[in-house]
Ligand binder design. Structure first.
Ligand code: PNS
Length: 160
């Protein structure tokens, strides 16, 4: 049986933390679908296609990984692609309540879909896309936190 996992998120932009989680997720799955959510309530900095392109560049080619976007409920998307596992990163206590709520709601909507939480590398624990955006917006150096292509995209976006 092929075990399909989904790693969903906004990835606005993808960070070294996301890359770390993608690599760790491959230990749990035969196929990993990295899924960029389209209809999140937040106004994204990058369009969906830009985020997918950045992910592809940052992670590189691997026949086990697919990068796609999805609209609507994650639970419905998981059914459509035949995934049995959702992977989420758990960085700090502050993530816990939101992640717990989301995992329970997804179970309500899709009882056989399991959510698995992975802990990122220690040096990436306090990293988030929103902090990266904030630092880049004011010209700070994010080169240690994101792939060079993402750093360049941020520079270009905020140079405007
Ligand atoms: O990177 P993020 O912003 O923390 O990812 C959140 C995401 C995209 C995984 C979550 O908002 C989501 O699953 N959105 C799809 C819509 C949905 O299913 N909402 C109900 C989840 S309980």
């Amino acid at each position: 049986m092929t075990r399909i996992a989904i790693y969903p998120g906004s990835f606005d932009p993808p960070t070294r933390g996301h890359e770390d989680l993608i690599r760790r997720s491959l230990l749990l799955s035969d196929r990993l679908i990295v899924a960029v959510a389209v209809n999140v309530s937040k106004q994204p900095l990058f369009g969906v296609e830009e985020r997918l392109a950045m992910l592809r560049t940052a992670v590189g080619q691997d026949p086990r990984i697919e990068f796609v976007s999805f609209e609507g409920l994650l639970a419905d998307f998981a059914r459509r692609v035949g995934a049995s596992v959702v992977v989420r990163g758990l960085r700090a206590v502050s993530d816990f309540e939101y992640e717990f709520q989301m995992a329970l709601m997804n179970r309500q909507l899709h009882p056989s879909l399991e959510t698995v939480f992975l802990v990122p590398a220690l040096d990436l624990t306090y990293l988030s896309s929103s902090l990266v955006r904030e630092v880049a917006r004011f010209g700070g150096d994010v080169s240690a936190l994101v792939h060079p292509a993402v750093a360049e995209a941020l520079r270009a976006r905020f140079a405007k």
